[in-house]
Design a protein. Structure first.
Length: 421
């Protein structure tokens, strides 16, 4: 039975996504509160950890990509799981800033091993195996759904474990991730992979990609505005993502559920996940969002909603209003990706579309890296609320060019809108 199941790449991909999502939910749900309650990290240190993570991803994206292109997609995925497990095991067992920083670096390296390798591996297997008639896009959409549901399950599995020990869900998730890496490497097939030309210079290719992307963007006003918006999103998202738990922990009295306040991290993360699934499903199924003008208009509305949510979260003294504001920001912001992708697709020709999308991702990461030290400094000097409000101000600046551009956007459809978390 196992052999027959492994011969179906679509099922293999669902298993990869679902298991990874569940183990990620176990590992990540309680990590930030572990940083705060046991590690004793202040707001500045919390934001800087995020910056370290993003820098590790940026620096290692190309070197780790060589593994997937030259040696083995499966090996790259297995290494990603292994590094992800090791990073969180270190974080769970040695609670101080130095080990957290090392863990963030290892975690970032693991993410770069996984980036694109999982999808490339399964795409190769689909072309090589008996499921050629299966739509790759549909397989990827189903994989995303499995990953979200896996994260939902893992998030709730973390709660009973945290009642035993705060670091237990992190340890269990880390051990499971490492075990999954070994199983993937030794049991899963890789028959469709063909090694790339070893003479290819990946760093030169990266520089050429960057130059091409810049030249294309310079000639397109719509692309310039889109990249600006992406950059502002990166700048504004970092402090909120790193500090929301610290804000709730420091400024509110969380009611105990089953003798523990940690219930609320599970509840908020899982609820945001369900709301995200619902909103993304609506966007994917609504034919109006195939129109680029509608997508840009909706992106503007979503930015305003996130701005309002961040401001409310930063100033309110009511716990339930703060929780509602968090859910608004987390849910709506995760819907940015398909709208921005639609906008970029409409403004870039097929020959350079992948380059432009890649550059947009790098631009968002650059925004997150630049925001870390400055907004982290604000958090350390003036408090976590002020850092969140400062991030809201940055996002507000990004809304201005978006509103100006909306008047010039034509009614235009795109072939597809890619939905990602």
């Amino acid at each position: 039975m196992l052999e027959n199941w492994l011969r179906r790449p679509s099922l293999l991909y669902r298993q990869l996504c679902g298991t990874q999502g569940m183990l990620s939910g176990l590992r990540v749900t309680m990590v930030a509160i572990w940083y705060i309650k046991v590690g004793g990290l202040d707001p500045f240190q919390l934001v800087i950890l995020g910056t370290i993570f993003e820098v590790a991803i940026t620096l290692c994206e190309i070197p780790t990509g060589i593994v997937a292109d030259l040696y083995s997609r499966k090996l790259s995925v297995a290494l990603g799981y292994l590094f992800g497990g090791i990073s969180h095991l270190l974080i769970a067992l040695v609670p101080n800033f130095a080990s957290f920083a090392i863990g963030a670096v290892i975690w970032g390296i693991g993410e770069t091993f996984l980036s694109g390798a999982r999808e490339a591996w399964v795409a190769d297997e689909l072309k090589h195996g008996d499921e050629e008639a299966v739509s790759i896009d549909e397989v990827f959409v189903q994989g995303k759904q499995w990953e979200l549901w896996g994260r939902f399950i893992g998030t709730w599995l973390a709660f009973p474990l945290v009642l035993v020990a705060m670091n237990l869900p992190i340890i269990v998730g880390s051990a499971g991730m490492m075990l999954h890496g070994f199983l993937v490497y030794f049991l899963f097939p890789e028959k469709g992979f063909h090694k790339a030309d070893t003479k290819t210079n990946s760093f030169e290719h990266m520089r050429e990609t960057f130059r091409t992307g810049i030249s294309v963007i310079r000639g397109k006003g719509g692309l310039i505005v889109a990249i600006m918006v992406v950059f502002m999103i990166g700048l504004s998202s970092e402090p909120f993502d790193r500090l929301w738990q610290d804000v709730l922990e420091q400024h509110f009295e969380l009611p105990a559920v089953l003798g523990s306040q940690e219930f609320w991290w599970t509840f908020l993360n899982s609820t945001a996940m369900l709301l995200t699934v619902g909103l993304l499903t609506y966007l994917r199924r609504n034919p109006a969002f195939g129109n680029i003008k509608t997508s840009v208009k909706t992106l503007g509305i979503f930015n305003v909603l996130v701005l309002i949510g961040m401001i409310v979260f930063g100033i309110t003294h009511n716990l339930w209003i703060a929780m509602a504001a968090f859910l608004l920001v987390r849910t709506v912001r995760r819907a940015f990706d398909p709208l921005i992708t639609s906008w970029l697709n409409a403004n870039a020709s097929p020959k350079v579309r992948a380059t432009v999308l890649s550059l947009a991702g790098q631009t968002e990461s650059a925004g997150e890296i630049l925001a870390g030290p400055s907004l982290g400094g604000i958090a350390g000097r003036f408090g976590n609320r002020m850092a969140v409000l400062s991030a809201a101000g940055i996002l507000g600046i990004g809304i201005v060019p978006l509103a100006m551009r909306l008047k010039k956007v034509p009614d235009q459809t795109v072939d597809s809108v890619e939905v990602t978390e």
